[in-house]
Design a protein around this ligand. Structure first.
Ligand code: FDP
Length: 340
């Protein structure tokens, strides 16, 4: 019998245990972030279960549809949003919340307020729900600036001020990828245990990749540096091998692949959308935070993504993120173009 392997199989590092271990390294920590994260995890488990049974339960459909019992059906993204808001409010640790689904920020009622602000997209990639393609939840966490009642400026801050960020991928398995500022760690949901188990400790994005990921349907509208980058990816000179194109069109899935296999994911600005498509607070920032924590880079076409100071909660930003050297190449092209 292989005792070492057996010991590892039975000594499970759950996400909660991992975060508690991290917390114990900071004697001043009060456990608030641990509690907040456990409520986010609960939301992810709920959404994972809902996504898995969406077809069966007829959860898919337009919000406002009525089922056979005359009950109102909730679209999966509406349902997920409700679950996360309730989980965050009941944690007693959240203060200002920004959700992709809500036009304005949400202030947790005074009696349940805590020190953290959470920005999130409860179900990203929603155009993929109806065809069973992987989708995900993205979140980023800030700590209140002055520890008093939260205000919108507590979330209108650069991504580098986040204290944690992560995403949950609802794919062939359900995986939660998290950074609390000490590298990136991946946890896979064991459905039998109902627990996220550490399966990908210390994730590092390969220094250089072989994949580029972009919606090429927008190529007509791209600026010169983006066009040039993709041209070189397809027709490299000097005997290099062309890069492969992979684009799922679901940010969590595309970024997850980029973290694991390397390469570049981009949603650039173009003539139609001068600020790109993706949202700064709850798409670009958390993913940029994770990619940097994993040793990669994230660039907007002008500057380091995590340095941008948002002016509005639903602001958009172009993004190029992934392997350090691949992002360095697009930065060089922007510098050479004189667009910066
Ligand atoms: P979706 O529209 O399906 O919700 O920002 C949302 C997002 O998906 C991302 O998940 C994805 O990366 C991107 O939009 C896809 O946009 P395109 O369809 O324009 O390529």
């Amino acid at each position: 019998m292989d005792h070492a392997a057996d010991a590892q199989r039975t000594d499970l590092m759950t996400l909660t245990r991992f975060v508690l271990n991290e917390q114990s390294k900071h004697p001043e920590a009060r456990g608030d972030l641990t509690i907040l994260l456990s409520h986010i995890v609960l939301g992810c488990k709920f959404v994972c279960a809902a996504v898995n049974k969406a077809g069966l339960a007829k959860l898919i459909g337009l919000a406002g549809d009525t089922n056979i019992q005359g009950e109102e059906q909730k679209k999966l993204d509406v349902l997920s949003n409700e679950v996360f808001i309730k989980a965050l409010c009941s944690s007693g640790r959240a203060n200002v919340l920004v959700s992709e689904e809500n036009e304005t920020e949400i202030y947790v009622e005074t009696s349940r307020r805590g020190r953290y602000c959470v920005v999130f997209d409860p179900l990203d990639g929603s155009s993929n729900i109806d065809c069973g393609v992987s989708i995900g939840t993205i979140f980023g966490i800030y700590m209140l600036k002055d520890g008093k009642a939260g205000v919108v400026s507590d979330v209108l801050r650069p991504g580098k001020e986040m204290v944690a960020a992560g995403y949950c991928l609802y794919g062939s398995s359900c995986m939660l990828v998290l950074s609390i500022g000490n590298g990136v760690h991946g946890f896979t949901l064991d459905p039998a245990l109902g627990e996220f188990i550490l399966t990908h400790p210390v994730m590092r994005v390969p220094r250089k990749g072989k994949i580029y990921s972009v919606n090429e349907g927008n190529a007509k509208h791209w600026d010169e540096p983006t066009k040039k980058y993709v041209e070189i990816a397809k027709f490299p000179t000097g005997g290099s091998v062309p890069k492969s194109l992979r684009y799922i069109g679901s940010m969590v899935a595309d970024v997850h692949r980029t973290l694991l296999y390397g390469g570049i994911f981009m949603y650039p600005a173009d003539k139609k959308s001068p600020n790109g498509k993706l949202r700064l607070l709850y798409e670009v920032f958390p993913m940029a935070y994770l990619v940097e924590q994993a040793g990669g880079q994230a660039f907007t076409g002008k500057e380091r993504a995590l340095d941008v100071v948002p002016k509005k909660i639903h602001e958009r930003s172009p993004i190029f993120l992934g392997s350090f050297e691949d992002v360095e190449e697009i930065k060089t092209l922007y510098h050479a173009s004189g667009l910066l």
